[in-house]
Design a protein around this ligand. Structure first.
Ligand SMILES: Nc1ncnc2c1ncn2[C@@H]1O[C@H](COP(=O)(O)OP(=O)(O)OP(=O)(O)O)[C@@H](O)[C@H]1O
Length: 272
């Protein structure tokens, strides 16, 4: 289990997070939502090691990783994507995915230059791994296409696939649906569900409330740097505090909206 416990951090004396705790189990999808400035990205960055909280701990299966650097957390099993996908636009999909294997296959320049057996074995592992990712994420047809020429929905899939190169136990997605069309969101939702079915814990920091409600097993709602509500999607959607702080809906609208979402989720073959 990935846990963040009692995380607090201030910027210039202004609190961004105050005593926030979250857990993420393998196979679970946890949505993290909240208004702008509520602390979602800060929490994400504390989990991935880009920010060190003033107080609180981050742990995997009880092992404290609070002082581990971002690249160390990748090797410890935390994969991540970025709000704005980070790729060389000229790299093709195959090359973009191959980059994801770097933390696990780094060899010395000398070994590569001399074509030592260890370097050749590492190259073969990357080739096999990229082939598997292309297949798993239905990207084989785009393998030779430059990332910069792909639609945003496909780019985000490539990013998720790249994060899976290190076989993380936990995958943290930072606003993965931003800028996607409805169809692209559905495709992404199907892939996220499949990841959880493969026993990967997925943390979904996302503005798209409907997507989070449709996908998550549990939702954490942040407001003003604190955990406002945590619970099942239906309960969160109907919670009066969430409605007033986040949704701006009245009680009936929120409950009706949740019923509609439930029908949508039940009809969605991607969730089978
Ligand atoms: N590096 C920083 N320096 C100063 N203040 C920061 C920094 N990062 C975040 N903050 C502040 O911390 C608070 C939480 O910001 P954060 O970006 O975590 O919120 P968020 O919920 O992710 O917002 P959004 O939905 O707009 O991305 C905000 O008041 C923000 O201005």
């Amino acid at each position: 289990m990935l846990t963040a416990e009692d995380i607090s951090i201030s910027f210039g004396g202004v609190p961004a997070l105050q005593g926030v705790s979250v857990t993420l189990e393998r196979g679970q999808i946890r949505g993290v939502i909240g208004p702008n400035g509520s602390g979602k990205s800060t929490l994400f960055n504390c989990l991935t090691g880009f920010i060190r909280p003033d107080t609180g701990t981050v742990a995997i299966d009880g092992r404290d990783i609070s002082t581990a650097a971002p690249h160390e957390r990748i090797t410890l099993g935390i994969g991540r994507t970025f709000q704005t996908p980070r790729f060389d636009p000229k790299a093709d999909v195959w090359q973009a995915l191959a980059c994801g294997f770097y933390p696990a296959t780094a060899r010395s320049i000398t070994a590569s230059a001399l074509r030592l057996p260890s370097a050749r074995r590492a190259e073969r592992r990357v080739e096999t791994g990229v082939g598997e990712l292309l297949e798993r994420f239905n990207l084989t047809a785009q393998a030779d296409q430059p990332v910069g020429e792909l639609p945003l929905g496909t780019v985000r899939l490539v990013e998720v696939a790249r994060a899976m190169a290190t076989s993380p136990g936990f995958l943290l997605l930072d606003e993965p649906a931003a800028g996607l069309t409805e169809d692209e969101q559905q495709l992404l939702a199907g892939q996220i569900t499949a990841l959880a079915q493969a026993d990967i814990g997925v943390l979904l920091v996302e503005h798209n409330f409907d997507l989070v409600v449709g996908l998550s097993d549990e939702i954490t709602v942040l407001a003003n740097g604190t955990c406002l509500v945590e619970g099942l999607p239906g309960d969160v959607a109907a919670d009066s505090r969430v409605r007033s702080v986040y949704l701006g809906l009245d009680a009936e609208e929120a409950v009706d909206g949740e019923r509609e979402r439930q029908v949508w989720a039940d009809d969605d073959p991607a969730r089978d």
